[in-house]
Ligand binder design. Structure first.
Ligand code: GLP
Length: 251
């Protein structure tokens, strides 16, 4: 694991630092002589953590280059327009304001097995993401890869843990479905660059474990220690508080 940590002093700093890291990743993946002429493929997370990042992107929407959005995870069984849909939330927060029209969205209403097969085929055909922006759950989940997910998993159907349901019910859009589709850790391992966004003291223990504890499928985010792409962690001081003392994080 080769990583860089960007420490943030407040929400605004978090937003602008995450935006800088993201824009560098997008530019460096496509805007160089001989780069592929397909748009940069980007995975984006939901949740509270990335909100300052999305606000920072909206602030300079006209300067963000076009990219192709590829969905990370979605609940099963919600109708189009439902406020609980991650695709709806991301459309409002970032994709519509940035006028990103190229979107690989999961169909929450489709037959889940057929949808997973469609998503797997799409990823096989189109190749891995260029930039995976991710959050982390308090139980170490990434996307909806709950503890026990396999490091080699591709897109699959998951049953959410009680703690994940509680955390996501608290977003205030109503009770969320118990089943979801997520890209697998095997898909995320292939991303060329990963940006992990982490905020708050309640994420400090799991962040320390993910990066420096045992590599185990019971802590899905510990897959990052096997990751060979470029990894940047953008985190506030509270989230970094439990890192081993030997890890020096520049201000
Ligand atoms: C959700 C999402 C994840 C997200 C995580 C953390 O369940 N599926 O993609 O990273 O929870 O959310 P928060 O940032 O609100 O803590």
């Amino acid at each position: 694991m080769k990583y860089t940590i960007r420490k943030c002093v407040d929400e605004q700093d978090f937003g602008t630092k995450a935006r800088t890291v993201f824009l560098n990743a997008v530019y460096s993946s496509r805007y160089y002589p001989g780069a592929p002429d397909t748009p940069c493929r980007v995975i984006l997370p939901t949740g509270n953590t990335p909100l300052p990042f999305y606000a920072a992107l909206r602030d300079m929407a006209s300067d963000v280059p076009p990219f192709e959005y590829c969905q990370l995870d979605e609940y099963i069984g919600l109708s189009q327009g439902d406020a609980r849909l991650f695709s709806e939330q991301l459309a409002k927060l970032v994709l519509n304001p940035l006028k990103i029209s190229s979107r690989m969205i999961f169909n929450s209403c489709a037959d889940p097995l057929e949808e997973v097969s469609r998503i797997r085929d799409w990823h096989l055909k189109n190749g891995p993401a260029d930039v995976a922006v991710l959050g982390i759950g308090e139980n170490g989940h990434v996307g909806f890869n709950e503890p026990g997910a396999k490091f080699h998993d591709r897109a699959n159907i998951v049953t959410l843990e009680k703690s994940t349901l509680e955390a996501n019910n608290a977003y205030g859009n109503g009770p969320v479905p118990e089943r979801a589709i997520t890209l697998g850790l095997g898909d995320l391992l292939l991303a060329r660059e990963t940006i992990l966004l982490v905020r708050g003291a309640k994420k400090a223990d799991i962040l320390a474990h993910a990066l420096f504890g045992a590599v185990t499928e019971s802590v899905p985010a510990s897959y990052l220690q096997n990751y060979t792409g470029k990894l940047t962690i953008v985190a506030d001081e509270a989230a970094l508080a439990k890192l081993p003392s030997r890890i020096l994080v520049p201000s």
